[in-house]
Structures are given as C-alpha cells and as structure tokens.
Ligand binder design. Structure first.
Ligand code: KG4
Ligand code: ZN
Length: 392
C-alpha cells in the first residue's frame, strides 16, 4: 500500500510517500517520495518559531511539497475525476482560513487527478496547535477529493519509529526496550514492553533538552535553532582541546527517579556569562561544558533504567538525537565494558529532526484507527493527540 504522510507540527513542512509491504512491524518500507521545506531561515530572524507565521508558511508550502513528493514517486495518475460540487464546497469551508490553500488543492486535483494513495497519515499532535490544524485540514481535503481513509499520527511515536527504521526491520527490536525522546518540546524516558505500548517512566520537570540548547545558544547570541550551533562549537572545542572557563551543575544526577531538570542549567550559564568576557573561545568552552552536562545526566538516567528494567534495546529519538556527542555516548552503550548485549538504535541524521517519513511509519502502525473520509472530516482527529505515555 502507498501511504501519503503530512507533518506540520512545528516549522518543517513535510510530505512523503512511502510504500509499505506487509503488516506492521514485519513490513518492508520503500520511500517513494520525500519533500521537506524547513522554515528555519524565516524564523531565524526572530530567534524562534512564531506559530501564526509558521501556519501561514505551511499553508503556502503544502501543495508544492505534495507536488514534489508525487513527482518523485512517479505515482502521477492517468485518472482525473472531476470533483463533485459538494466536495468543492466542503473543501472551501474546511480551508477557508488558510490563504489560497483550497484553491491550490483544487488546482492540484485538476492537474494531477487522483494518485494511487491508499492511506493518508497526518500528525495530529503534539505540536503547535495552529500549525497542526493546517496539516490536518489539508489531509482532510485530500481524503475527500481522493476518497481515501485518513489516520492521525502521534509525532513522538513517529520519532521512535524513525530511529529504528534506518535500514533495519522494526520487528527485529528486542523487548523490553527503552526510548529516550529528546526534542524541542519533549524530554521523556519511555519503557516499551512491546511495539506500540508506551509507559512513560520519567521526563523533564521544566525545560525540554532542545529548548535548553536553544536558550543557552541565545544567551551566547548564536542563531536559532541553537542545538546544531552548540553542537558545532562543542565539537570545535573538543577538537582544539579548549576547556570551559565555567563549570556547570549536573542537575538531578543522583536522584533515583528518571526525571530531568534543565532550567537551572540555563540559569547557571547566564550567571556565569555575566561574570566573564564572552570571547569566541569562551563560547566554545561553554558549549562543550553545557553539552557534557546535559549528556551526562541523560546517560545516567538511561543507564539507570537499562539496569532497573533489564532493557534489551535502547532507542534515541527526537531532534536532539542529531547531536554528535549524545550520539557517540549512546552508541558507546553496547561497548564491551558497558552493556555488550544491548541493541542501540540511532536515527540517521535526516530522520532525527522532524520529517514526514516518520509519520508514514506511524500511520501504517496505526492503520486500525484509520477513518473513512466523511467520518474524518466530521470528527476532530484526536487519536494521535493523546500523550504517548497514556498509550497502552
Ligand atoms: O524533533 P525536532 O526537530 O522538533 C520538535 O519536535 O521539537 O527537535 C528540534 C530541537 C531543537 O530544539 C533543536 O535545537 C534541537 O532539536 N536540535 C539539536 C541538534 N539538532 C537539532 N540539539 C542539539 N544538537 C543538535 N545537533
Ligand atoms: Zn519532533
């Protein structure tokens, strides 16, 4: 089956087409088309994501991304049915608040007809409410036009699946598994006793890891998003043996739970920077020390859980999983001195940050929740919105 997936939870407008053969988790997946537009350059000027602006950008970019993914997949169809007047009306109503989106969707339909898509999967949460709705309504419009079922996908579940997906079979994962999810909005340790069963055993009490990276970067006047910038500076500091002039705390390092706290770390960086002359070398040292502090705490709680739950596989997911030092530390978990039997799953870098492939995988995994077009249009697509931890 061919799955069309749509991701608009934050500042990436992504559409992909994935062919799934077989049933989850034994299926094999082939990426037929993958289009992604990152709004980072637009938001960088303002130092963060503005939901209203992001929403408008998604509305403008979704149809071009769909066109790109379809062209790549060569699934363009010979079949050009005309849309019923009622369908056109429904779509105009559905998309009446999105600039030109209805018009572009209907133009796409006239030019391309109905491609052979069997399921539409759309991120329905967690994420920025206004941007999620553009994607959901776009998905609903396509489902009406093509008479194709639609399924709501949980973004965090997508990150878990994307991490394992890279060239490996999902059915190879040995349980119990532990997922460390680290992104701009989330920091969670999730215990999985089987596929699609999630138990949140710990999380952040304040800032998410990605958020802490972004805030610390801003304190040093580095551009948004700060994570990759800190990563680069820290790598340079390590390569050039530059040590930090400040030392930072390792918050909650010795607590016996699986929780985290990162806001104090950011405050510590702020105080430290106020007292010294912030040269480029100081920035490199601070980046290195901050990254080390965050990674040490993440690794400590992860290993604590590995032992407590006799974990067989660990999965790192979410945007911060692109971080070089965290990846190295994670990859070293099954080195001879640590847990040689442990399977370690890291997403390839393109699948670390937000993308639509992870949403196609999630849609396939959740196919049993798919709704026919009319039902989907009436109902708020709520399924994917539930927190991952409440999924059992
Ligand atoms: O998963 P994601 O793309 O979007 C959300 O769902 O939040 O994660 C974005 C977050 C941002 O905070 C960004 O700074 C961080 O991931 N990030 C990184 C790196 N690349 C992205 N953090 C540290 N090192 C990186 N290389
Ligand atoms: Zn994400």
């Amino acid at each position: 089956m061919n799955i069309l997936s749509i991701e608009t939870s934050c500042d990436e407008t992504a559409v992909s087409i994935v062919e799934a053969t077989g049933e989850f988790p034994h299926a094999t997946y082939t990426i037929l088309g993958n289009a992604l537009f990152s709004q980072i350059d637009i938001h960088r000027e303002y130092g963060g994501v503005f939901p209203a602006m992001a929403k408008r950008e998604h509305a403008v970019t979704l149809v071009p991304m769909l066109e790109k993914a379809i062209a790549e997949s060569k699934l363009d169809s010979e079949y050009h049915p005309e849309a019923y007047p009622e369908t056109i009306n429904l779509i105009n109503n559905l998309l009446n608040r999105e600039e030109n989106l209805a018009e572009n969707v209907l133009r796409f339909h006239t030019e391309h007809g109905k491609p052979p898509i069997d399921l539409i999967s759309v991120t329905s949460g967690p994420g920025l409410e206004p941007t999620l709705w553009v994607g959901i309504n776009f998905a609903k419009a396509l489902s009406l036009l093509w008479n194709t079922p639609i399924v709501a996908a949980n973004h965090m579940e997508g990150h878990v699946l994307a991490s394992v997906f890279d060239g490996k079979k999902l059915s190879d994962v040995r349980f119990p598994a532990l997922a460390l999810l680290v992104s701009g909005g989330h920091t969670e340790l999730i215990l999985m006793r089987d596929w699609l069963h999630y138990e949140k055993i710990g999380g952040t009490r304040d800032d998410a890891v990605g958020e802490a990276f972004d805030k610390v970067a801003r304190l040093m006047n580095l551009p948004y998003p700060g994570g990759p910038e800190i990563d680069k500076l820290a790598k340079k500091a390590r390569d050039e043996h530059i040590m930090s002039e400040v030392s930072l705390p390792r918050p909650m390092m010795s607590s016996s739970d699986y929780d985290f706290s990162f806001s104090g770390l950011k405050t510590a960086v702020r105080y430290a920077l106020e007292k010294i002359d912030v040269t480029d070398e100081v920035k490199m040292g601070v980046a290195r020390e901050f990254q080390a502090a965050v990674t040490e705490v993440l690794m400590k709680k992860t290993t604590q859980a590995i032992e407590a739950f006799s974990i067989q596989s660990v999965i790192l997911g979410g945007g911060v999983s692109a971080n070089e030092y965290l990846r190295e530390s994670f990859a070293a978990l099954n080195a001879a001195q640590s847990y040689p039997e442990l399977d370690v799953y890291l997403p390839n870098k393109a699948l670390s940050t937000d993308n639509a492939i992870m949403i196609a995988l999630t849609g396939h995994a959740r196919m049993n929740r798919a709704m026919p077009p009319n039902e989907a249009v009436k109902k708020i697509v709520a399924e994917g919105r539930r927190a991952l931890s409440s999924e059992t």
